[in-house]
Design a protein around this ligand. Structure first.
Ligand code: DCP
Ligand code: MG
Length: 589
């Protein structure tokens, strides 16, 4: 993706800050929750500061004065403060979790809706696994940050400042002695920060790779097994799995180094307190209570630092995740409705391709100078060898891609001017690879349009000869369909997609005939279904079985992205060109 733009950027913090600012925009609907959680967080930290001070008071005042009732009071107060702190932290965690979860829900929904706007061009380049790992994995990491990481970092920071203040107030000399070890810590933290950030970025990128690999190979397991590719695949997987392990171990290495370093620094600070502070106590310059309080505060002082670096882990991976999520959100769909759209209620006259050129990438044109027209009610067939550019033509017409040159006119308007949603709703597309969703047959035919009644669905299924096999299924139209329709045959899947196209009663039917071969009985059913589907409808049909299209008003023959012949079945036969040759091939017996 594009995050290499930011790699090696000096202003890492500024960049993080921008990410945080952008993330916090998602907080705004829940700002009152968030603010109260923050308030509770600070209150909790504040309460955490009270304990050691009470110890000091207990030692210096009540134990010195042998005041038992005072001591009892302090002990009760101590317990009270701890209980209050518990209650406050409970509330804070509850509210923070709630807020975080809501934000993540919004972000996930935003991302999904964005993904639904992305064009096929985007999915040509992106692996599904990679996108999935963003939707699930990255957002989960962000979730961790919102709920625990960043927020407790604020608490930790507050705690640090609070302790520093209290120490200075108790005894500034001893406080400065303790602070003398801080540069060491800051240096260690700085190095740690940089290293860990790098390796976290790597970890996430490699995890996405694993996801993409799994997605593809689990999906294609049948092929993998049929071609005995297991061993080869396993080796490939071991490689990327190993890469992932390597980058993970790298972070572990830095952690293993950093935490002991903090421990040692804490011990050093303790030694300094006991040595210097103890001397002061002996000289009578310091009370014993203050010394104890110092020791306790210092322990609490380094605990947040420890904590901070641990949270830093989360923050780091969250920043890497945020980077990737926002990069995705910032990738604009390359095709969308123009701001001012031309409304087209009814397709009523013609579709016209005017000298259309098209390349999927760069300037490798798969379509060159394509011009033809279709009038309303006509049926046009596209014929040509595999790879000739047939599917590409209809992808342009449905505006999945944009031509690189030329125009596609609908009733005299450039298709780019039209309201995209409105235009697509006029089209029913039967694609070359029948795609079924998990769910039942009914929902696969009407695709969530509840206004289409089951009776209508059944009628459409009867029309295209799908009713017969559907009614023989144990649950009929409510028979569950597995992912991608795995529990149906190729021919059955195709018939269902026909019924789907028909039930929407489209103004334009686009049919990319599946190349999968089916038995001759199903073949006959499909042929018959096709004829009914096309009758009296404006349609573009890509046919591999030439028998399908003999009745088409116009047949367009494509070769290597160019139109080489155009005309009716009879005209083309008499020309004795490519069509004639294709025809001879198919009907030679
Ligand atoms: N192509 C591409 N990227 C895509 C789809 C296709 O680069 N996402 C290339 C492959 C072919 C050319 O474009 O060289 C034309 O592809 P079509 O899918 O348009 O070809 P057909 O539909 O004519 O072939 P088939 O009969 O096999 O479906
Ligand atoms: Mg095709």
């Amino acid at each position: 993706m594009r995050y290499h733009h930011f790699e090696g950027q000096e202003a890492g913090q500024i960049y993080d800050w921008q990410l945080i600012k952008r993330l916090s925009r998602y907080l705004s609907p829940y700002k009152y929750y968030f603010i109260s959680a923050l308030a509770l967080l600070f209150l909790g930290s504040l309460l955490g500061l009270v304990g050691p001070y009470l110890t000091k008071v207990a030692i210096d005042t009540y134990i010195q004065q042998q005041n038992i009732s005072g001591l009892n009071f302090i002990a009760l107060l101590f317990i009270g403060v701890i209980l209050l702190e518990l209650a406050v932290r409970y509330g804070q965690i509850q509210i923070m979790q709630y807020t975080g979860q809501r934000v993540m829900q919004d972000l996930r929904a935003g991302l999904f809706s964005h993904l639904q706007r992305m064009t096929p061009k985007f999915y040509d380049k992106q692996s599904v696994g990679g996108v999935m790992s963003r939707l699930i994995g990255d957002i989960e990491v962000l979730n961790e940050m919102v709920t625990s990481g960043v927020v407790s970092m604020l608490g930790d920071l507050f705690m640090l400042l609070g302790i520093m203040g209290v120490l200075l107030w108790l005894n500034y000399k001893l406080a400065l002695v303790v602070f003398s070890v801080l540069p060491l810590i800051f240096y260690a933290a700085q190095v740690f920060r940089k290293k860990v950030r790098e390796s976290f970025r790597q970890i996430r990128a490699r995890m996405a790779k694993i996801n993409a690999f799994l997605q593809e190979n689990l999906g294609g397991m049948t092929i993998v097994q049929a071609f005995c590719r297991q061993q080869k695949n396993l080796e490939q997987f071991k490689k990327i799995n190993g890469d992932y392990l390597d980058s993970y171990l790298k972070t572990v290495f830095y952690y293993a180094l950093f935490f002991p370093a903090i421990e040692i620094t804490t011990a050093l600070a303790m030694a300094l307190i006991i040595w210097y502070g103890g001397g002061q106590v002996l000289q009578g310059a310091l009370t014993f209570g203050v010394l104890v309080a110092f020791i306790e505060y210092t322990q609490r002082f380094f605990r947040p630092i420890n904590d901070l670096s641990e949270k830093y882990n989360i923050l780091q991976s969250a920043m890497a995740a945020a980077e990737r999520v926002f990069n995705l959100l910032d990738t604009d769909p390359d095709i969308s409705s123009p701001d001012k759209t031309q409304e087209l209620e009814q397709f009523s006259k013609t579709i016209e391709f005017k000298q259309v050129w098209f390349a999927y990438s760069g300037d490798e044109h798969v379509l060159a100078d394509i011009s033809f027209s279709i009038s309303k009610g006509e049926s046009v067939a596209l014929v040509g060898l595999t790879g000739a550019g047939k599917t590409s033509i209809i992808s342009l017409l449905a505006r999945f891609y944009e031509p690189s040159r030329g125009q596609i006119m609908i009733d005299g308007y450039d298709v780019r001017q039209l309201n995209l949603k409105q235009w697509r709703s006029k089209i029913s597309l039967v694609s070359q690879e029948p795609f079924l969703f998990s769910g039942d047959i009914l929902s696969n035919i009407r695709l969530g349009r509840e206004d289409i009644s089951p009776a209508c669905v059944e009628q459409a299924a009867r029309e295209v000869n799908a009713h017969q096999f559907i009614s023989q299924l144990p649950k009929g139209y409510y028979e569950p369909i597995q992912e991608r329709g795995a529990n149906l045959s190729a021919g059955q899947r195709q018939l269902i997609t026909f019924a789907r196209a028909l039930v929407f009663d489209p103004q334009l039917l686009i049919l990319d005939e599946a190349t999968s071969s089916v038995d001759s009985q199903t073949e006959a059913l499909i042929q018959d279904a096709l004829e009914k589907l096309l009758r009296g409808r404006t349609s573009i049909v890509i046919a591999h079985r030439l028998s399908t299209i003999q009745r088409a008003n116009k047949i367009i023959v494509l070769d290597k992205g160019k139109i080489v012949e155009q005309g009716s079945h009879q005209e083309l036969l008499t020309r004795q060109g490519i069509y004639y040759w294709l025809h001879q091939l198919q009907f030679k017996d």
